[in-house]
Every structure is written in C-alpha cells, then in structure tokens.
Design a protein around this ligand. Sequence first.
Ligand SMILES: Cc1ncc(COP(=O)(O)O)c(C=O)c1O
Length: 389
Amino acid sequence: MKKSKKIYLDYNATTPMDPGVLEAMIPYFTEKFGNPASHTHSFGWEAEEAVSNVRITIAKELNANSREIIFTSGATESLNLAIKGLCQSYSDEKKNHIITSVIEHRAVLDTCKEMDKRSWKITCLPVEKDGLINLQSLEKALRDDTLLVVLMHANNEIGTINPIKEIGMTCKKRGVFFAVDAAQSFGKLPINVQEMGIDLLAVSGHKIYGPKGIGFLYVRMKNPQVRLKAQIDGGGQEQGLRSGTLAVPLIVGLGKATELCIKERKTENPRLETLRDKLFKGICDVFPDTILNGSLESRLPNNLNICFPNIEGEALVMSLSDIACSTGSACTRTAFKPSHVISALGVNDELARSAVRFSLGRFTSEEEINIALEQIINGVERLRQLRLK
Ligand SMILES: Cc1ncc(COP(=O)(O)O)c(C=O)c1O
C-alpha cells in the first residue's frame, strides 16, 4: 500500500536540510577531513580556511567581526555559555540580577532557573496580549544590580518579533549586557548587532535548513568587551570559549545555509506570508471564532498559531494524520499543561489547550496549503461534531 506523503508544517521545530547545504558538506566528511587545529599540513589549512570563510559569512550578516563568532552545538549550548559564562565572569562585581521574559524557550528559562539556584536574582517580564515585550516594563525592571537582559528575537511558538533595537538601546543606556536568542530569526530577518545594541546572540543551524548539532554564539569583543567563563575545558579552541575539535562539515553546512537564507529571504518571506495568510483566511472563513495568538504585524512570515475554541489542540494535531504540525514548542509538549507561551498572552487554560501551530517553510507549496486547509477544516468539524454527541 502506498503511504500518503505527509505535509510538513512544523518548520519552527526544525527544517529539512537544503540539498545545496548537503552538497557543500559532503567533501568535508571524506577527502577534506582535516582538523583546523592542525597547523603543519595542507589538510589542516584547508579545513581552517573553510571554517574561516563561514566565520566571515556569519560575521558579515551580523555586522560583526569574524573573531566574535564562537561555534557551538546549537542555540541551547550558546545560551548556556552566554548566561552562565557571563554570570560567572562578572560574579565579583555586585551585579547579580538577570531580566528575561515569561515566553522564552526553555533553553533560557531553565538556564535562568539554574542561576536562581546559584543565588542570582531573576525577573521574568510579562508580555503584552500581542506577545511583545513592553519597553516601559523593561525600563522599570532594570536595576543598579542588573547584569544581563536576555530575550528572544522571534518566538518559536507564536512567531512574534520583539523590538530588539529599542530593547538594545535601553540596555546600552543603562550599561547592561543584552543577549538575544535568535534561533528563530537569524537568516530570516536581517540582524545588525551594532545598530541593535546586541552583546551576545545565539543561533542553531537546523532552523535555517542547515544541519543539526551546529550553531554559534556571537560574543561582542569591543564597546564593551564581553568576558565569558568557558563552560567546557580542553584544547582551547574558539578562543578558549568552546574547547573541542571543530565539526568542520557541520560548520560548512551552517555557512551554506546562512548564504542561502540571505539570498532567498527577499522572495521567500513574501511567498511564505502569502501562503500563511491564505491558510489563516481559509480557516477563518469557515470558522469565524478562530483566534490568532500573537501579533499579526510583528510576526515571522511563516508562522500561524491559532486557537480553535471547543477543541483540544492535541486531538486535532493527532487527527491530522497527513499533516505534521504541533501544539506548541516541540521541546515542552506536555499533554495536560497548556503552553506557557499561550498562557502568558492572558488566554485561559481551556482555550490555550486548543492552540495549534502551523509553520511553513522553503519547501511548502501552494498545493500543500490547499490540501492542508481542506484537512484542517474537516478535522475541526469532525472534532466539534464528536463534542456535540
Ligand atoms: C527560540 C528558540 N530558542 C532556543 C532553541 C534551542 O535550539 P536547539 O534545540 O537547536 O539548541 C529553540 C529550538 O527550538 C528555539 O526555537
């Protein structure tokens, strides 16, 4: 029996690798296998050059210096290094307060929780109904002992985009470090660390059609220089901040993925926005009680997160057997607990449990959206009829 092809609408969880990325990586698994730390022969030099080129590509995209890019295994590790490394490095300066927000990814929330256990004071800012940080509440939360503000650029569940430049300027005025979780925005939205006042920035390759297990941390080295305590000891690679032999094929993949995103985003973003809006409108036309979670204006073009009143989101997702979508963050799915992000918007528990995220990407076609729309409508109708029985 031929299995029907699944329609993948979960690009905020992860993306398939672009074929161009795989092609760029392959030689670095076989003939170009050198260790970039081998300075005595051409195998090492070749690997070192490949890594250096990726550093330059990423730095250029961020308006940073290539020495400020530290390769890691991904955003989670980068955020751990940023938060723990900064706190440990400045622990003697009587600054022991961190500000974050309630809708952060667990990579930030749980790292902050760990710092709380280590006697750091944490303020978790609420968000507005539209999912955005309120600048005045940030200003109010800043204290003389605040060392760090750590916030996401774009949210993984509802796709909302924070006013990063304004937040960065607020932090600069107060002499507070600003770390940004850019796992969902890098490559898709332009980022300028100088103009946005960003001191640390975390990214994962697998969100931008690159490989899993690779990412980076941008660490500002000037105006001001950010000091971090390494969390991994060893050979002293990555300026001593992340020891361990560099994953050259993965780094090459990350570089290619970055290049492709920059090249494609001018056409890709409007295309995804049109498809996303078509899906949303199609659902709303049939179910006018559908509720959008988070701002529509300040939002990633590929993300749709909606509540279907009187339906369990989990039941809908499970019933859509040909569509891969989710009820929220893939990493925090707990059947009976509504998403902490949707709850933070002021949505009651029952409604929050009806939320479903559809996230589109580079390989989503209009035909797939038409099929998905039909199946979502059928699925919602079926579940509502079951409820009435
Ligand atoms: C906003 C955000 N931050 C951090 C992460 C963690 O990324 P990774 O699991 O690749 O380390 C993710 C991944 O889902 C994310 O969406």
